[in-house]
Design a binder for this molecule. Sequence first.
Ligand code: PLP
Length: 316
Amino acid sequence: MTLGEGDTPLAPAPWLSKRVGAEVWLKFEGSNPTGSFKDRGMTVAVSAAVAEGAKAVVCASTGNTAASAAAYAAKAGLKGAVIVPEGKIATGKLAQALMHGARVIALRGNFDEALALVRELVERRPIALVNSVNEYRLEGQKTGAFEVCDELGEAPDVLCIPVGNAGNITAWWRGFQEYGVAPRLHGYQAAGAAPLVHGRPVEEPETVASAIRIGNPARWEDAMDAVTASRGAIRAVTDEEILEAYELLGRREGIFCEPASAACVAGLLKYGAEGRVVCVLTGHGLKDPQTALRQAASVIPCEPEIEAVERAVLGE
Ligand SMILES: *Cc1c(COP(=O)(O)O)cnc(C)c1O
């Protein structure tokens, strides 16, 4: 069950490299079919669900898992249901899940509550759970690590990656290990949703980076083991730092990613790194137009006259 996922661009980042004093590369996972790295795992999880005879798939999601699950379920002819935190999912992701014909359920609760409920649901009903607690998801997602090593000809020294439910950092580490390499993992959480940094769950996670607004990561232990084994670290960045990196990526590197993705670049700018550094830009900026429009400069109104156009264009 494929939509052509993977093989995403790995672009050199000259401006960031200069600013950080390292050789920085950006792995743009936003160019996957539904606009996030979730597709790498979903192709495997939904294929397995079909093989196992499932008739429906379900997930809890901060948005991108929902968009991806809905698309692959549609392709597979399975029913799809996604449970998202009410009012907390970016517009683009919601539009995707609905367009792919999934039942979109807005839970009056947060992601952690949604995940607990779907885990209970699949105990009661024969529905495949396609969250990253599903091993097939990680098996697909680890391919990002293979691509980076293949393309660079060797492993990077450091991998910077945003961390929410902690499935992706776990998957990348699995990929590197299978490749026989061990870059340092620098994981970044939003300061308002940083359970792995504080060492305890966060009751009410809050951050502008809705994709990593998670207070009790399902892959907690796996992720911490990976970070420790790689001699890396999990650290926090504030929403202000995330939005600054988000804007810099758009203006200086020509890459429009979503705020959660920019968290890893915010971390790189804040804490630094040495050698060859790859940042995983997990999702496309078009997912969350509202945050972009709030952050960016405003549109310039203009009368249909040449002098007015001249002034508007030149900014005089
Ligand atoms: C899912 C997601 C993350 C976090 O990945 P985890 O596996 O939950 O740690 C980060 N950024 C984006 C855009 C995502 O969709």
